[in-house]
Design a protein around this ligand. Structure first.
Ligand code: AMP
Length: 113
């Protein structure tokens, strides 16, 4: 299967505005931001969808959430941010490399659209 755009960002084949990186994950600004802060947190391990994660990935999934919290806090939004995971095409997923959207800096409606 061809590499996704996020794999190409991990491999530095295309540029991204990276805000955090370690051995397990990468966080960078979304190209089409939906809020004043809109960062994507991705694992370096290429899991296509949350539905494809296994029980063995629990530590990694938790780590992604903690990283999302850190990204929000580092941007000054420790107390008000939203995390979104779109799983599957019909839920709005367009890039098939698991990612958490970290959104902050405006009011968010509920239920989401
Ligand atoms: P989703 O629709 O949940 O799969 O989210 C994919 C997100 O990736 C969208 O919000 C896009 O704007 C974003 N995106 C796509 N390509 C890039 C890129 N090269 N750099 C940063 N964000 C991207």
């Amino acid at each position: 299967m061809a590499d996704t755009v996020f794999q190409k960002i991990i491999d530095r084949e295309i540029d991204a505005d990276i805000v955090y990186e370690d051995d397990h994950c990468l966080a960078f600004h979304d190209l089409n931001p939906q809020a004043p802060l809109h960062v994507l947190v991705i694992p370096k391990q290429p899991i296509p969808r949350l539905a494809d994660a296994t029980n063995n990935d629990g530590d990694l999934l938790g780590y992604l959430m903690l990283t999302a919290r850190r990204v929000a806090a580092d941007a000054g939004y420790a107390d008000a941010f939203r995390l979104v995971v779109n799983n599957g095409e019909h839920a709005g997923q367009s890039v098939f490399h698991l990612h958490l959207h970290v959104l902050a800096g405006r009011a968010f409606g509920w239920p989401p659209g």
